[in-house]
Design a protein around this ligand. Sequence first.
Ligand SMILES: Cc1cc2nc3c(=O)[nH]c(=O)nc-3n(C[C@H](O)[C@H](O)[C@H](O)COP(=O)(O)OP(=O)(O)OC[C@H]3O[C@@H](n4cnc5c(N)ncnc54)[C@H](O)[C@@H]3O)c2cc1C
Length: 1021
Amino acid sequence: MKPMSRPLDVLVVGAGPTGLTMACELRRYGLSCRIVDQADAPSGIPKAVAVQPRTLEVFDIMGLDEEFVANGRQVQGFNVYAGGQRLVHLTMDGMPTRYSYMLTLPQSETERLLTKRLSDLGVEVERSVQFANVAQQEDGITATLRHANATTDTVQARWLIGCDGAHSAVRKAVGLPFEGTRYEESFLLAYVRIEERAPVDEARAFFTPDGPVGLLPLPLGRHYLIIPLLKETAETDRTTVSLDELKTFLAQRGMASLRILEAFWITKFRIHRRIVPSLRVGRVFLCGDAAHIHSPAGGQGMNLGIQDAFNLAWKLALVTSGVAKPRLLDSYHAERHPIASETLIGTDLATRVITLRSPLAQAVRNQVAMFMSSLDVVQHRLAQALSGLVRNYRKTPMVGEYHRGFLGVVTGVHATAEPPGFSEWRKFVAAPAAGDRAPDGKLSVRGTGVPVRLFELLRPGRHVLLLFAGRGTTPARYRKLEEIEQGVRARYRDLIAVHLVVPQAAPTAALRWDGSRLLDAEGELHRQYGAGSECLYLIRPDGYVGYRSQPADAGRLSAYLEGENMKGHDKRLDSYIQQVRPRFERMLAEMVEQPSISMDPTHAPDIRRAALLAVQFLKDLGAEARIVETGGYPVVSGGWTTGAKHPTVTVYNHLDVQPAQEPEWRQPPFAFRKRKGVYYGRGATDDKGPALTALLAGRYAVEHGVPINVRFLWELEEEIGSPHFAEALRHKDAIPRPDSVVVSDTIWIAKGRPAVPYGLRGLLGARLLLRTGASDAHSGLTGGAARNPLAELCALVYACVDARTGRVKIPGFYDDVVPPTQAEIKSFLASGFQVNRFMRAYGFRTLRTTNPADVLRRIWASPTFEVHGLVGGYQGPGVKTAVPGHGELKISMRLVPNQRPEKIFASLRRFVARQNPNVTVEREGMLQPFRGVFKGPYADAIRDAVRAGFGKEPAFIREGGSIGAVATMQRAWRVPILLLGLSLPEHGYHAPNEYFDWGQASGGMKAFAHYFAELAKMGGG
Ligand SMILES: Cc1cc2nc3c(=O)[nH]c(=O)nc-3n(C[C@H](O)[C@H](O)[C@H](O)COP(=O)(O)OP(=O)(O)OC[C@H]3O[C@@H](n4cnc5c(N)ncnc54)[C@H](O)[C@@H]3O)c2cc1C
């Protein structure tokens, strides 16, 4: 199969910490990217060794923090000494983060961990590939790359990101100046092992008259020596320094006692402070050292670059997938440029202060340092500045907030029904504002008690909307929050995860809320967010507050979202669905008009025509397609391949239909008719409509760059029990094994109540035959002596099943049945099932039970024994007094997961032989039961997809019926199989006047498109 070429989303140049973070993030958001680096191998040198608390938080959201912490060393504080006296002591302890320390780790290790993560995400760094130039077009870029063998090639991508360090070729290619100067001073760095009496887990700087010496503890008992060199000693551009020279520098600064046992790397380099005037030129962005460089004083360089990448990646993802306005990307410069500029100023000041040369100036500096650091507030500020936690985007245009101002609170102007009091307002105002870093906090999932942190909620890469109930919230306010949740869900389903955060005592019992409820048992999050009264916080994927309001206000929130950034998913998909509607209707009409009745051999040519038409549909949409022959009717296989490393999903449907001879048809069953969004005709809902719905959703996903291979498998013998389906699956080239399957051939329980079945009953049919005579005999002449086969078969039924309760009496019949759990029954009951409706739908006068849970357990999760017919004797009007010569009992058993039809058939045969040795048992159809997944990522994805398509979460149910192909695929492939049905009971599966409707088709397209996107995020291949 030829992979379909799809434009590359992003080309990243440079595999330093910035480029690697960028590529990891782009992949986390599902964008395609390549990353190239001119070096033939990672540099392997320590360079930047300090990882700030904020960068650790970034790694936390990326799910990487544990690896970093495990590999690094935690440095709790920072001391400055002069003349044998401690001038400054800063501690990171008590910082409002889990990472209240500076983590030290050689940059080579940081790069190794990021490279490993990237590789796990399916991207390898392309080495010995040098970026040479770029040309920009309206919708993308063309980059020229030079290879080690001097050849060049071009790459097209939507965006180019220059993470190629201080000498950035990308920056030069787009003509950006690197404004700033070179320092007169230079820095000497040494990665060493020193003699230590006891390990010190704090950084130390020694101010000496000849200049400072810094000593930073690193993992493995090593240290980093940082020696700023004054002008006199910095005069050359030479970078190599010998160990003896290093010792000389130390001796000159009165530090000869610092014994170096081993030196792994020593370098001397000139430092600069430079910045570009713009972080973006068209479709080209600059991040990290390519955009700004400064003195290493304060260890900010690498941290800034990583945080640049973290800021830009989610914006690129939203804009590239079309759900955010392109101007969202402008906020990258607006937010990051001021921070880089401030860092340049701060590190410049620090460099000047530590390299002061005049003895007087040094003395003043030392005194001031000692005094200032004795003040708690100064200590705290300095530690915060080093941590990176206080950087914020408050003054940038993309963030927003609403609360009544001071006057409003005092005067009551603009008061809402229940305005927050002054103290609640004050707490809210003092809490993180829009643009601030959102602090992490511990919560638990209400109901299950599973602990979860806010940063963990950010890991899926979406915005998180926290709806704080506050204390003393009334039911009416809960309902308001509920409405906000529903509005956001409907519009931004997969983009914004909404959580209701309730304090312990909240009276939520009456709440109909079916979304996420988090319990803030210790009130930590309420405290941190000043949420004493109801409010909302929208947290961006990079962990900053995008918007907040007190009280929670749906209108303002949606104005913010609409106005500032997010169009929401719906519009693009909605407009696709509207556009594609005529095509869907045309295809459905053509398909319904093929009377592909598999049960009737005279329709064999129609089956073939339906298969050819299906192939044509696939090809018309740019997919590959073929007919796969079997010993019976063929199957159609086809789809789109977007990349070998992308996950592959196979969508199963069938295109054969039931006969349509019922006199109740109000129109010819194979003449398609469309009326007000309703599509009539045999097969419209079972299963041609759902098949074409999924097809068009697949096309949307692939055309919009979702990294997934979507395949379709359309059977033409489903209605006759899939006798050749297993054989078809043996054609592995034509029908490759996917990573997962989604089947769309099931019925909801009620309109507006989506249901996802995860279990299907199996089926075992049999005929029990008894011949006692050559023919019927006169009962007056033979009755009493003659055996009566019909009566004996009735006795056999009595032995097999209790007709009153339905309990099967065949020994061992229930051995393998696993009864449904209470949670499953609860989910069954949430499906919208109603006993009365069920009775009405099927015309029942009475049932064996009318308890809904019992009915559902019986029809979905229990095996049955049914008698379908008793054949023999006289069937005409009146009574003919003959003793039949033979009888035939037609029976079937519905089987549930874990029961094996083969084993049950053997039990039946044994039992019948014991009861009546003259009865012959002949097996009819046999279908395996199926139990799929209803928990875990696939189930979550289908739940989200249904919610996206139909605005409601589905109930996970089982189905009483059987789809043989499902169990066959499960046996053949052993991959997750999910059922995403679109039919409604009123559509009339197998009934006259069958129909499908546009509501289910359009919702289904959304649901399938969403499901494909969710699967793509899971990766695979
Ligand atoms: C000797 C030294 C010591 C340092 N010490 C510290 C410190 O103590 N503290 C601190 O905070 N910072 C320090 N820094 C700075 C810190 O290392 C950088 O801020 C950090 O590496 C920036 O990461 P980056 O990914 O943006 O760029 P880089 O790490 O420079 O990565 C750029 C990558 O791009 C590649 N590349 C360049 N041009 C091309 C091209 N045309 N095509 C393809 N690939 C290209 C390079 O091979 C490189 O792998 C030091 C830097 C140096 C050089």
